[in-house]
Design a protein around this ligand. Sequence first.
Ligand SMILES: [Cu+2]
Length: 280
Amino acid sequence: MSKIRGRSQIGALLAGAALLLTAGPAGAGWGALNMPEGVTPISGEVYNLHMLILWICVAIGIVVFGTMIYSIIRFRKRDGAEAAQFHESTTVEIIWTIIPFLILVGMAIPATGTLITMENTEDPEMTVKVTGYQWNWHYKYMGEQVSFYSNLATPVDQIQGQAAKNENYLLEVDRRLVVPTDRKIRFLITSADVIHSWWVPDLGMKKDAIPGFVNEVWTKIEEPGVYRGQCTELCGRGHGFMPVVVEAKAPEAYREWLQKQKQSAQASNGNAGKVAQADK
Ligand SMILES: [Cu+2]
């Protein structure tokens, strides 16, 4: 009786596992579980790399657990099976060294290629300096005299649970980082106080912001849109309150936006000058 029950349980487990596997990418909720594919060539590469390594791990899991489960069922001590002895077997040692080595090389080759592309910040078409503060981000468009802080815009009553939470709860800012699509943008990332980390999953991009260091990262966004991220280095009490919002506009719309920023910056400088004059 117990034998039959045991077999049926194993059968149910195997059927469950098969169901999970066949559900695959088409299964409901898969997209929510998996990492985003993103909107840049790098994020696409990272996604493909992740899927390749995932399926290699799944194959290894099937081979290892398949062998284990088969052996447990097929060779039972109760049925008189005796363990084979492999002590000091050179052949076995060579096999279990060479196979993992080949698997690792198979994963390292594409991963190295992606890392090299990721780190290649040469020949950018524009540069934005990103500075982390406790607890907001500062963006400076290099060579454009445009710079501003980007603060959390989620109302306090939502944070304190006194109002219903927005769709982009804790992921909205007063001023977005606006960038053009189809341009190689270099980001210089640093911090003015503690270590922060600038992270936008859809752009396949995450870099530590370290005081006294300037880290580089680059992106080329293919689709206009709004991409959200967060600080991902535990940086203090307000760590959860410093989102990153990047808005990618078509190059023409971006130029218009930049022009407006310059004009309003000039206007406010002019006003500041007038106030200073009046004070005298
Ligand atoms: Cu931070």
